[in-house]
Design a protein around this ligand. Structure first.
Ligand SMILES: [Zn+2]
Length: 164
């Protein structure tokens, strides 16, 4: 890995959320939403913590942000440490968020191309820590991971890295 890699402070903020999720015993996936150079919302996956079926990181981020004027979404970039699923991608499309920065999509490659097909700019960082956080979690709690993605990995609906 290049030592000259410049760390994006917004991806760092999403990674802080992911680490917090891991510390809480949940899935290590974080998300922030950025408007005009500022983080205006942040969150992490809380499926385990809140016994929730929809609290993926991006959904938690959007929910924590709360209701905002619709045009603001169209000026935002959302960051997520992991390739977004179809539920979260649907929310991004619903609100017209034009850009998503993805920490990594080696663990799972979900709706990246779907978002692109709808005109959303999708940037893949391939951040090693985002990947390691997920691999550690999946090794320790494979069942919770499969549940998080609706067993899509089990049924080969998403491209997924082999579980080591
Ligand atoms: Zn999701």
């Amino acid at each position: 890995m290049s030592q000259s890699r410049v760390t994006d402070p917004f991806l760092e903020a999403a990674k802080e959320e992911a680490r917090q999720g891991a510390a809480e015993g949940g899935l290590p996936i974080g998300s922030v939403i950025v408007h005009q150079g500022k983080v205006i919302g942040r969150g992490h996956n809380r499926r385990v913590q809140q016994n929730s079926v929809i609290r993926h990181a991006e959904m938690d981020c959007l929910e924590n942000l709360g209701r905002i004027p619709p045009h603001i979404y169209r000026e935002c970039t959302i960051y997520t440490t992991l390739s977004p699923c179809y539920m979260c991608s649907g929310a991004m499309l619903l609100f017209g968020i034009p850009k998503v920065v993805v920490g990594e999509n080696r663990t799972i490659l979900a709706a990246d191309d779907f978002l692109r097909s709808k005109g959303v700019e999708v940037e893949i960082v391939d951040d090693p820590e985002c990947y390691e956080l997920m691999q550690t979690f999946i090794t320790n709690k494979p069942g919770i991971w499969q549940e998080d993605i609706g067993n899509a990995g089990v049924y080969d609906l998403y491209a997924q890295a082999p579980i080591s």
